[in-house]
Design a protein around this ligand. Sequence first.
Ligand code: COI
Length: 355
Amino acid sequence: MKTSLAIPVQKTSKSRLPEIDFSNLVFGKTISDHMFVADYKNGEWTDLRIEPYGVLDLHPANAALHYGQSIFEGMKAYKNEKGEILVFRGDANAQRMNESAARMCMPEIPEEIFMEGLLQLLDLDRNWVPSGKGSSLYIRPFMFATDNYIGVKPSETYKFIIFTCPVGAYYSKPVNVKVETNFTRATEGGTGAAKTAGNYAASLYPALQAQKAGYDQLLWTDGKSHSKIEESGTMNVMFDINGTLITAPTHTGTILKGITRDSVIRLAKDWGMPLEERFLTVAELQEALEKGTLREAFGTGTAATIAHIAKINVNGMDYILPENPSDAFSTKVLNELDGIKYGEIADTRGWIVKI
Ligand code: COI
C-alpha cells in the first residue's frame, strides 16, 4: 500500500485472532488487535502511531468525562472475493467528524491523518476483516478531550483513536419502533446534528422505557411540537408512502447527516424514485398506516445498514406493517449498496477505497 505519512507501528506480541469465532460475532464486542492513535497539543496533531489495542491512562479530572467533549464516527470495511479490503465512503466520515468537532469546540482532524491512519490500520489488521455477505469490519474513529481540569471551558488537548471490530448484523430481524412524543432527542440550536456522546446518553432513558414495552427503538419527533418525525436512535428513517420516498431534511441541525441516508438518496435520485426530503408529520404517518398507503418504512445507518421496520406504535396504537413486498425499494437499495460495498457492482460514484 502506498502511504504518504510515516506512522510508526508497534505490533502486538500475540494476536487475539485465533481466539475469535467469526461465525458468532456479537456487534461491538470483538475488537481487533491494533488501534491508531494521535494526540493534539500546542495546536497540532502529533505522535501519530499504531499500537496494540489496549487500556488508556485517564486522569479523574479528564474534561471529556465531566463535560462531554467527545465525538465519534461509525464506518465499515468489507472484503471482496479476491481478499481486497473495500472501505465505504471514508472521506464522508472524515468530513462529518470535522463538522461534529466544530460544533463541540474541538480541533479538526486533517482528512489525510484520518484516512492514512485508517488505511494503515486496516492494512495491518486485514485478517480481521470478515468475508461473506452480512459481515464486515465496523470502524470506530473517535476524539475526546484530554485536559485534566474541572473548570468549564474547551479542552486544549485531545486524543484521536481509531479501532475496529469484526461484526455481523446490528439488527438481525425487522425492528419495532415507537413514536416518541414526550422526551426530546434534539432541538434547533442544539447538538442534534453532531455525532457526540451526549446525544446518545440523553436518548438512553427514553429508549430503555420503550424497550421495556417491547420496542427496539424510538422514532424521535421534533423537540418543539413533537408533531414531526425526525430520526431513530441508531439510524435515520425513510417511509415509502404510495411510491414516494419521504425522509426528514437535515437543515434544522437536529438530525444526523447519515452517510447511508445520503447514499440511499443518491440511488433513489439516480433511479428516478419520487423523493421528498421533508418532515413527515405524526398525523400523516398515522393516516398512512390507517389507510394502508405506507408501503414500507426502514432505517438507514452504518451499523443498522437498511433495517426494515415491522411495527410502529403511534399515539399508543400498534400498527403492523405489511411483510416486505418483493419489489420493495428498501430491498433493491440494500442489494445495490451491498453489491457496491462487497465489490460485486461497479463503484461508479467514487464511494470505495480499496486496500
Ligand atoms: C453507526 O451506525 O455507525 C452508529 O454510530 C450508530 C450506533 C448506534 C452504533
